[in-house]
Design a protein around this ligand. Structure first.
Ligand code: GLC
Ligand code: MG
Length: 423
């Protein structure tokens, strides 16, 4: 969050399972990829991305390996009981202090064990401020009532959350996704960085609290669970700031950005011909997002007007521009574009996707920009990432010129095989 010097234009606070990530009807992750390129293209540089998931950190990391998730600025895990910042997930210790109020994990463990209706979830999902069980839906009301009474008698102040038709979480009263968001907003305000707009996105019971935070927009994705829809019907149907989208998962988030007019809502993935799409554009990050989308389409064999495209690309590279391949080999940028020609359609019919993450541009000296990003490439189930640095120059009124591109294997890439890596 330090990189922002002024209030973020938009803060998206989104749940992951069945909200950002569609586990049921989008095996190619197309909605998520649409959201990703919209975010990197139009929001990354001046906005904040927050993921708020029920998963514990280990399970969150697992999901990141399985799906093309962007790197969030803030990650809230374990149903709002763990908050961490940035790439290296630095934990917020102040938050933990707050959660300790009237909480004793041992007592919760002891009292919950007296309910045969509760079956413990896996060990990975049991956290210092979250005990999670499975329960039959018909038992929720009675168990919640009795358990709350017993814990109250023992001096604790807890919160029970029912989600997804079968999950039962016990948390400190001060925890939960809503309280975590309220805490984050307060912290940002103290730093003079209260977001201009905040959009909360969710699909199930543990997301309900997100929609109760004042002065924010909210979207329930079309595929929201029964327990959240019931809450919506009773509490928020007449609130114009909270909508139930008609699109599933990340598609519903993009729909809400458009509905509430929070900023651009056309994903570059929905633009079929980049040559025709002349955006008034002061950010060279856009060039990079567009190029790597073009690159995906090129190798999938989905580009029309191939020659016009390559000619326009070559024209935007400096004649002496150099590309440094992750293997260390160097070649001219224009030769690299020619080389690309040989690979047209080589990934046709294959599960091949390219996406960019953390695209950030800095203008070092007037007329010169450095854009840094992670470029991901996935073929089948194997994926690789290069940290990429691009230097651009631009003269007044003219487009950006690619001067230099350098790639190095990212730490997250396990198989560092450069044989089929072009750019
Ligand atoms: C996630 C967590 C689980 C929790 C559920 C509902 O699925 O992994 O522990 O019970 O969210 O909050
Ligand atoms: Mg969910």
């Amino acid at each position: 969050m330090e990189r922002l010097t002024s209030p973020p234009r938009l803060m998206i606070v989104s749940d992951l399972d069945e909200t950002m990530v569609d586990h049921h009807s989008d095996p190619e992750n197309l909605s998520l990829l649409r959201f990703n390129s919209l975010w990197e293209d139009a929001y990354r540089h001046d906005s904040l991305l927050v993921f708020s998931t029920g998963r514990a950190p280990t399970m969150y990391k697992k999901l990141r390996k399985q799906r093309p998730l962007l790197t969030p600025d803030v990650i809230i895990t374990s149903v709002g009981t763990e908050i961490a910042y940035g790439n290296s997930m630095v934990p917020d210790h102040n938050w933990i202090e707050i959660l300790n109020n009237k909480w004793d994990r041992g007592i919760v463990e002891e009292e919950t064990s007296k309910f045969p209706e509760l079956t413990l979830q896996s060990e990975t999902e049991q956290r210092p401020h979250k005990l999670s069980f499975h329960i039959d839906k018909s038992k929720v009301q009675a168990v919640s009532k009795q358990l709350s009474q017993r814990l109250e008698k023992r001096g604790l102040d807890i919160k029970i959350i029912f989600s997804g038709g079968n999950a039962f979480d016990v948390l400190p009263q001060g925890g939960g996704k809503g309280q975590a968001l309220a805490y984050l907003l307060k912290k940002l305000k103290t730093e003079g960085k209260l977001p201009i707009n905040t959009l909360a996105c969710g699909d199930s019971g543990n997301d309900t609290e997100l929609f109760t935070i004042p002065n924010i927009y909210g979207v329930l994705v079309s595929n929201a669970q029964e327990e959240l829809l019931e809450w919506y019907a009773e509490n928020a149907k007449d609130n114009p700031n909270i909508i139930h989208a008609t699109e599933r998962c990340a598609g519903g988030i993009i729909q809400a950005i458009g509905h509430f007019k929070l900023g651009p809502n056309l994903s570059p993935r929905d633009v079929s011909d980049f040559l025709e799409c002349k955006v008034d554009n002061l950010n060279p990050g856009h060039e990079v997002v567009k190029f790597f989308l073009f690159y995906e389409r090129w190798r999938r064999g989905e580009v029309e007007n191939c020659e016009t495209y390559t000619a326009s690309l070559k024209a935007s590279c400096h004649p002496a521009g150099v590309f440094v391949h992750p293997s260390g080999a160097e070649r001219s940028l224009r030769d690299t574009i020619d080389e690309l020609g040989k690979y047209y359609g080589d990934k046709k019919g294959k599960k091949f996707r390219v996406w960019t993450d953390q695209v950030l541009a800095t203008d070092t000296t007037p007329g010169t920009w450095i854009v840094k990003l992670d470029k991901w490439e996935q073929t089948g189930d194997e994926r690789k990432c290069c940290t990429t640095t691009v230097k651009f120059t631009s003269k007044e009124g003219e487009g950006f010129v690619w001067e230099h591109v350098q790639q190095i294997w990212s730490e997250e890439t396990e198989i560092k095989d450069d044989s089929n890596w072009i750019i």
